[in-house]
Design a protein around this ligand. Structure first.
Ligand SMILES: Cc1cc2nc3c(=O)[nH]c(=O)nc-3n(C[C@H](O)[C@H](O)[C@H](O)COP(=O)(O)OP(=O)(O)OC[C@H]3O[C@@H](n4cnc5c(N)ncnc54)[C@H](O)[C@@H]3O)c2cc1C
Length: 424
């Protein structure tokens, strides 16, 4: 069983370290590239590859020393797989170990089905959610990018400063091997996730939207006789989501916003009992939760920045719009942002003529889809999850049983609005 910090806040890079930033520091070396991408999550790695394969010089800076971080989401939605196919990578990606989820089934604690939208009817070569440990996906994409000599990856590079001249962002400074380094670039991309340092440094403020829940994540064994796929269980004032990962279930246990300390104070035995109330078939297996280290806490957030760019700088992925985990779409949107950014920026980068208007075009294309999915997530949170936590019965709108309307939820989750296509 993997162990995890009990206060997992996603991919926050130590603020303690950041706050210790000296006012003046000696720069060991300065490098010049076309595009400096900060953050090796789905957004950063996909954009790196899309630019590198066009001969654009790219430096990808990642604070951690590897890509192996647990409980960050392992779901690739159909549109992400279509993007992989457009890049000529889908077949090889699907050779890596993965599972396919063809439907999402929401059940009552007695196991009866409340709602079960299916991806099978979607018009795509990939009518399922591909579940693959995120580290495998990131390693795969970075492995592709490494084939291009104009791509550089620096791990353990903790970006802490922007280089700004005459109100134009010219690059970044990071603390890494041996001390401080500077990277200068035509464009700097902030793909540094939900706690984006670049967003803060650039003064691009995030607007919080409501998220009435937090989530505990843990893993328990999956038995051959268990259901398959993605299963939600709702009732008795509780909600869980179970993600099929072959021999294990990855389980999200939803708690009210701010309720974590109360859960901790009540103790592990109470938590185990509460889990069994909603998942009675886990009575034996739940005993394997013996330590809070096995349970990762996610403070659910949802936010967006009004302006994704400044001259020389563009935010994409969670840095521009933190996604709630509802629907497991954050990776999809991060990858879609990367595609839109590559489409708009490749030619200007090659011509050495990136204008603010090119950066603005990325936001224009992606803002509505991201705000739309956040509104959808908020609707689910307010109706389904809140009613579950308040011990009310949830019934999906009857209209969604009509064949003509039944594909709307899987379509929204699988593709979203206006999914971009690779044009470069
Ligand atoms: C617990 C949890 C579960 C989730 N489950 C799902 C799911 O099932 N499906 C789904 O689609 N989405 C899920 N998400 C959301 C999903 O992980 C994000 O939406 C997605 O990863 C965003 O991708 P990104 O590339 O924008 O940012 P991230 O994946 O957050 O990557 C940002 C990267 O930037 C690096 N970084 C940060 N600061 C610096 C710095 N100063 N210098 C250098 N590097 C830096 C980080 O180390 C990180 O690698 C989950 C999120 C969490 C926290």
């Amino acid at each position: 069983m993997a162990t995890n910090s009990s206060s997992n806040q996603g991919d926050r890079v130590s603020t303690k370290e950041q706050n210790q930033t000296p006012q003046a520091h000696e720069i060991i070396d300065v490098q010049q590239v076309d595009c400096c991408i900060v953050g090796g999550g789905p957004a950063g790695v996909v954009l790196s590859l899309l630019l590198a394969r066009q001969g654009i010089s790219v430096m990808l800076l990642e604070a951690h020393r590897d890509f192996d971080r647990d409980f960050r989401g392992d779901t690739l939605q159909p549109s992400a797989m279509e993007i992989m196919a457009e890049m000529g990578l889908a077949d090889r990606l699907l050779e890596l170990p993965h599972t396919k989820l063809h439907s999402i089934t929401l059940r009552a604690p007695d196991g009866s089905v409340i709602f079960s939208p299916s991806f099978n009817h979607l018009k795509t070569h990939y009518p399922y959610v591909t579940v693959m440990p995120q580290v495998r996906f990131l390693d795969f994409i970075v492995g592709e990018a490494k084939q291009y000599p104009n791509f550089q990856l620096i791990l353990g590079a903790n970006v802490q400063e922007l280089v700004e001249e005459d109100s134009v962002i010219r690059g970044v400074q990071y603390r890494g091997h041996g001390g401080w380094h500077e990277v200068r670039a035509q464009v700097t991309i902030g793909a540094d996730g939900r706690h984006s340092r670049l967003r803060d440094l650039a003064g691009l403020e995030a607007v919080q939207t409501s998220a009435p829940m937090d989530v505990l994540w843990f893993r328990l064994p999956r038995l051959p006789e268990d259901a398959e796929g993605l299963n939600g269980r709702i009732g008795q004032g509780r909600m869980t989501v179970l993600l099929d990962r072959g021999e294990q279930w990855q389980i999200a246990y939803v708690i009210p916003k701010g309720g974590y300390q109360q859960v901790r104070a009540a103790g592990l035995e109470t938590l185990r009992q509460n889990i069994v109330e909603i998942l009675p078939e886990f009575k034996e297996r739940v005993q394997q939760l013996q330590d809070w280290q096995q349970i990762a806490f996610l403070s659910v957030e949802s936010s967006y920045v009004r302006r994704w760019y400044r001259s020389g700088l563009l935010l994409i992925g969670d840095a521009a719009h933190v996604m709630s985990p509802v629907g497991g779409v954050g990776i999809n949107y991060a990858i879609q942002d990367a595609v839109a950014a590559a489409n708009h920026l490749s030619q200007p980068l090659k011509n050495q003529q990136v204008q603010v208007s090119h950066l603005a075009a990325v936001q224009r294309q992606r803002q509505l889809p991201t705000r739309f999915i956040q509104a959808f997530q908020s609707f689910i949170q307010q109706n389904l999850i809140k009613s579950a936590l308040n011990n009310q019965t949830f019934q999906p709108p009857a209209l969604l049983k009509l064949p003509i309307l039944r594909d709307i939820p899987p379509r929204i989750i699988g593709f979203g609005l206006f999914p971009p296509h690779v044009q470069c």
